[in-house]
Design a protein around this ligand. Structure first.
Ligand code: FE2
Length: 178
């Protein structure tokens, strides 16, 4: 990724973290800065993740994701790290969840809070503890999304639904496909 793209992101993060970052990333998207060659080809197994940029001081990473039609994430959190997400190509659906209850086994019951259809150029911000969501491609073409996270974001918790309405927690290490 050219430094000319990273510099506005780095500056927004340095100045006030997420407040202006979503706007900065949206403007970069509008200008056509996130070209298709930044992204991996679709992977039939699951959405593909590519590390585009890692800040040398580990303050943020920029990740490009490729989603075939119908592919979506599990219900997950962001491991205590804030994030900004923008749809570069395609149509995504973000469903946000609110934690309602935790049981003695550490399981969590969620309430579906809202659905947000994210068209091209749509940017959203996730700040823990309001960082539980599902993100997926609801369009008929491959979708590309850019994610800026406020740290390495190496681990996330997935929430696996069980029969009684609670979700079991499963901590996963996040890798990159390239
Ligand atoms: Fe997420």
């Amino acid at each position: 990724m050219p430094l000319a793209l990273i510099e506005p992101i780095r500056r927004a993060i340095k100045e006030d973290r997420v407040t202006t970052l979503a706007r900065t990333v949206a403007l970069l998207g509008e200008s056509g800065a996130f070209e298709s060659d930044l992204f991996l080809d679709p992977n039939a197994e699951r959405y593909a993740r590519r590390l585009i940029w890692r800040d040398p001081d580990d303050r943020f990473v920029v990740v490009g994701m490729t989603w075939a039609p119908g592919q979506r994430s599990a219900l997950h959190d962001h491991g205590g790290v804030w994030g900004v997400e923008i749809v570069v190509r395609g149509t995504m659906l973000e469903t946000a969840y609110r934690v309602c209850e935790r049981d003695a086994l550490g399981r969590v019951r969620f309430e579906r809070e809202r659905d947000r259809v994210c068209e091209e150029g749509s940017a959203g911000v996730l700040v823990p503890p309001h960082d539980h969501h599902v993100f997926g491609n609801i369009g008929t073409t491959t979708a590309h999304t850019i994610h800026v996270y406020g740290g390495a974001f190496a681990r996330s918790t997935m929430f696996v639904p069980e029969a009684d309405g609670f979700c079991r927690q499963q901590v996963v290490t996040l890798g990159y496909d390239a």
